[in-house]
Design a protein around this ligand. Structure first.
Ligand SMILES: [Zn+2]
Length: 253
């Protein structure tokens, strides 16, 4: 169990600042969007598209929503909550329309992703003028009120689905971090984008809402003069747009 806890901690550090623009561990830019496989170059987008495959949203769900979500019991969740930074914990919100809306969206996505009581996820909603959303230690969905307030229901659903989707690819992400393969980390991000797009489709939302959410968040961060400081571990917005648009086109209705 302790090994498991450490691995999840590493993942959380890697992704917790995706929307906040905080400092994260630098990964050397040893590649530039291309992954060598034998003698052929395969792009990160190709790898992620291949992981989703073709067919209906249900077909893609079968490939992406694997059963490898770590089992994290109530004791682990309580420890994870206690380990959130004081700054975040001091501003928790547990009531109000925005909180209830975030709770409903999280419940819908968690049910779609077959989160059981042992792989459940708890909402931590808090006040922060910076749009922030991340999955903390695999079991706490941290969302700021600024993020929730800025996005439509569908857009917030897409962000929550992407973040929960990280649980499916923790092994890949840990291996990528250990070997300092930033390209592999970007493929994980794109796979989580695919989880978000498929989730939106299956929940009856416009799958393009996820990309709109990313665009809105980038705009908000720019206005606040904040920029993500972990560009190596995340694809650029243009790559994510290309990935999203083709995946949606590929997805049979
Ligand atoms: Zn992510």
């Amino acid at each position: 169990m302790s090994k498991h806890i450490i691995m999840i901690g590493v993942i959380s550090l890697a992704f917790s600042s995706r929307l906040r623009g905080q400092e994260v561990q630098n990964v050397p830019p040893e590649d530039c969007g291309m992954v060598c496989q034998d003698t052929q170059h395969v792009t990160e987008l190709d790898l992620a598209w291949a992981a989703a495959g073709t067919g209906s949203a249900d077909d893609m769900k079968g490939r992406l929503f694997t059963v490898n979500i770590p089992v994290l019991d109530a004791e682990f969740r309580a420890k994870a909550l206690a380990d959130l930074s004081n700054d975040v914990r001091a501003h928790r919100i547990g009531r109000g329309n925005l909180f209830r809306r975030a709770e409903l969206i999280l419940r819908q996505v968690a049910e779609l992703q077959d989160r059981s009581s042992m792989t459940g996820v708890e909402l931590f909603f808090y006040h922060d003028p910076v749009p922030a959303g991340y999955l903390w230690r695999g079991c706490i969905m941290v969302l700021s009120d600024a993020l929730s307030d800025s996005l439509s229901d569908a857009e917030l659903t897409g962000i929550v689905a992407h973040e929960l989707g990280h649980a499916y690819f923790m092994g890949d992400a840990v291996a990528a971090k250990r070997s300092k393969k930033s390209s592999a980390l970007r493929v994980v991000e794109l796979k989580c984008d695919a989880v978000a797009i498929v989730s939106l489709k299956l929940l009856g939302h416009d799958p393009a809402s996820f990309l709109r959410a990313l665009q809105k968040i980038q705009l908000l961060l720019t206005r606040k003069k904040l920029s993500p400081r972990d560009p190596n571990s995340h694809p650029g917005l243009s790559e994510r747009a290309l990935f999203s648009q083709r995946l949606i086109q590929t997805m049979a209705s």
